[in-house]
Design a protein around this ligand. Structure first.
Ligand code: FAQ
Length: 332
């Protein structure tokens, strides 16, 4: 019902977007007011949010797979428990985010359908394989580290449900990052073979993590408008630089080397400069030709089909409960 009402409102919006209304909306954004689901919003604002939030949700769900690969091979019970908890958190993040997207008038079924059909994007990073246990440490340290850098500002996103979902998600991501860094520390301070594993994982995950922030600002089609609407608070390049600046000292503390011969401290800007990013690789992965794109989608489709009976049982149970609620008291 709620979804239908919002869909109807969405259609009406398109014909009602007179300049005055748009400028009143922008004034609310400029005044740092939160936009809530029942407020009027431009169709393009709604569409941008549905795109970004659903891609974010899909990333959390697909992001469970590379880590799931090591659940049965974690080196100790403690590590296994940590990893299980982290992956469960990611499932939860996906659900909050689908919930936030649903407040914009799209159904979860529709969004999941777009993922399964290959139409929807999810983060490029999850199309890389996890070849050793050290990759689990590298994902926590680098991928969650990058995710937090990107997501803390989304706690101040102009759209209320997305901003509020991000608060809890960021707290959990922060635990994930520490878990990853601590895993890397144990390996980096372990035997020479363990240190080599940690270095190898850093070598493979560094550039894909740097790419996670999206294309350079000059090629980012959505940034300018998303910044005006305060959906994004920083550009892709600004967040990438913050990530590099935070992560280089962390690598030094681990006595690991960032795989970039051009990495250099820039005294003038007070930032770390990095070498060129292979944007051809990034677009190849985004367009479906990364090392694991096919495997990730195939696993998601299989899980969806295997879970059909759970969805059917839940629906049958909900229908039974609803029917019971409508039985007149006198007849009980
Ligand atoms: N991968 O114009 P822009 C996590 C696409 S969660 C794939 O700059 P925008 C937790 C982009 O969609 C990680 N595609 O776009 C975790 C657009 O295509 P479209 C996910 C990408 O939206 C940790 C086109 O390129 N986080 O890691 C990527 O303004 C560990 C042009 O780009 C979020 O989703 C990419 N990396 O900026 C889980 C955060 N980058 O849609 C498990 C929210 C760009 O026109 C384990 N999202 N594209 O077809 C955002 O902040 C933004 O959407 C950006 C992209 C910054 C990702």
């Amino acid at each position: 019902m709620y979804t239908q009402a919002l869909s109807l409102e969405k259609q009406q919006n398109t014909s009602q977007e007179d300049p005055e209304r748009l400028s009143r909306f922008q004034a609310r954004i400029d005044a740092e007011e939160r936009i809530e689901p029942t407020d009027w919003m431009p169709a393009a604002y709604r569409q941008t949010l549905v795109r970004q939030i659903s891609q974010h949700a899909h990333s959390e769900i697909i992001g469970m797979q590379p880590e799931g690969n090591w659940l049965t091979r974690a080196p100790s019970l403690k590590r296994k428990l940590q990893l299980t908890a982290k992956i469960q958190d990611e499932a939860g993040h996906g659900l909050y985010l689908y919930g936030a997207a649903e407040t914009l008038g799209v159904s979860r079924e529709e969004l999941v359908g777009q993922l399964l059909s290959g139409k929807a994007k999810y983060s490029s990073i999850f199309n890389y394989p996890t070849l050793s246990w050290a990759d689990i440490g590298a994902i926590g340290w680098l991928v969650d580290g990058a995710a937090i850098m990107n997501q803390i500002p989304i706690c101040r996103c102009s759209y209320g449900p997305y901003a509020r979902a991000m608060v809890l998600i960021c707290k959990e991501e922060s635990f994930h990052q520490r878990q990853g860094y601590e895993t890397m520390m144990a390996l980096a301070r372990g035997t020479p073979e363990q240190k080599d594993m940690a270095q190898d994982a850093l070598n493979r995950w560094w550039w894909p993590s740097v790419m996670m922030f999206g294309p350079p600002d000059k090629d980012s089609v959505h940034s300018e408008q998303a910044m005006r609407w305060k959906i994004k608070r920083f550009t892709n390049d600004e967040l990438r630089q913050k990530f590099v600046d935070a992560t280089v000292p962390q690598a030094k503390y681990l006595s690991l080397e960032i795989p970039d011969p051009e990495l250099a401290w820039n005294e003038a800007t007070q930032h770390w400069d990095i070498g060129p990013i292979d944007w051809d690789e990034f677009w190849r992965v985004v367009k479906g030709d990364g090392p694991c794109n096919r495997q990730r989608l195939a696993a998601k489709r299989a899980a969806h089909e295997d879970g059909a009976w759970v969805r059917e049982a839940a629906e049958a149970f909900a229908a039974k409960r609803a029917a019971r609620r409508t039985v007149p008291i006198a007849a009980e």
